[in-house]
Ligand binder design. Structure first.
Ligand code: NAD
Length: 303
């Protein structure tokens, strides 16, 4: 009988992924009572199913049988892709697995801010009088970036809530937007109309501080900003200024420049700012999809 390839899994993943892998591979956890370190299996490991741990070039060079590093989620900052390329090791991600979860979280934050949920749960003083909610129905939503997550947001907001959805994304053809019932717009036009603004771009040099004070002040009075993409795209001190001046009605943040956001950060003291600790993708469905898709990448590659 031929030896089955060994797959090392440094941190727990959904059981369905392990069940999928077992007929094809020897599954070797790096956690729990039976857990083994990479060094204990480096000469046999053929695949790694990776959450947020690091696989650096030195590890790859010590693993002559390694053929695939499958990321659970997106982002390749924990994997030395250059060394992987040099050694012919495939690196995969699961880019669509959590889009729906993040999109739903985006809408949850928008609703939380628009309906004063943050103020209500604090319940300090005359909460009813302090809350001046606004419906989403009929309001304008501006999406900056129109990739996987933004398209899901557009579907929920447009078809579900009856919002008028505009999007700005220089890399996406206008026809893709109009086919989705979304109006393409340049950034200044979008900002001038967006009563609700939601950010869905990657953090790269060109998008760092993409939304600063001039952009926030270009939004209609009483606008709400939601960021579930990456901290650093939205200038947080500008956000604080715009909220304190009363130009913005509030903000919903799942991501911040520093995570976790310190407990004494001034944004935390703003009742109209709702902050979640990067939990946009934390759903049972997304965790299962990320794990099983990564397992499928390993199976496809090793068989
Ligand atoms: P995606 O790659 O599918 O879409 C990003 C879009 O941004 C692309 O269409 C691209 O053309 C566009 N874009 C790039 N630069 C732009 C610019 N300057 N102006 C306008 N558009 C621009 O990505 P996605 O899967 O939709 O993810 C979007 C963001 O969400 C990423 O930053 C990702 O890291 C983040 N994210 C957050 C969570 C969370 O837990 N909160 C989970 C997953 C992803």
């Amino acid at each position: 009988m031929t030896e089955r390839p060994l797959v090392w899994i440094p941190r727990p993943v959904h059981d369905d992924a392990l069940a999928r892998l077992r007929p094809y591979a020897e599954v070797c956890p790096g956690y729990g009572a039976e857990g083994v370190t990479f060094d204990e299996v480096h000469d046999r490991v053929a695949g790694v199913l990776l959450r947020t741990e690091r696989v650096d070039g030195a590890m790859m060079r010590r693993a002559p049988r390694l053929r695939i590093v499958a990321r659970h989620g997106v982002g390749l900052d924990t994997v030395d892709v250059d060394t992987a390329r040099e050694l012919g090791i495939t690196v995969t991600t699961t880019p669509t697995a959590n889009s729906r979860s993040v999109a739903e979280h985006t809408v949850a934050l928008l609703l939380a801010v628009r309906r004063g949920i943050g103020i209500a749960v604090r319940d300090e003083g005359d909460t009813r009088a302090a809350i001046h909610g606004r419906e989403l129905g009929g309001a304008v939503l501006g999406l900056v970036g129109f990739g996987r997550i933004a398209r899901e947001v557009a579907t929920i907001a447009g078809r579900g809530f009856g919002m008028r959805v505009l999007a700005h994304d220089p890399m996406v053809p206008a026809s893709v937007m109009t086919d989705a019932g979304v109006e393409p717009a340049d950034l200044p036009t979008l900002l001038s109309l967006a009563e609700n603004l939601s950010l869905h771009v990657p953090l790269v040099e060109a998008t760092r501080d993409l939304i600063g004070l001039p952009e926030l002040l270009a939004l209609p009075e009483g606008a709400v900003v939601v960021n579930t993409s990456r901290g650093g795209i939205l200038d947080e001190s500008a956000l604080l200024t715009a909220v304190r001046r009363g130009h913005l009605a509030g903000a919903g943040l799942d991501v911040t420049a520093v995570e976790p956001l310190p407990s004494d950060h001034p944004l935390r003291a703003e009742p109209s700012v709702v902050i979640t600790p990067h939990t946009g993708a934390q759903t049972a469905q997304a965790l299962r999809r990320m794990a099983t898709e990564a397992a499928d990448h390993i199976i496809a590659h090793l068989t």
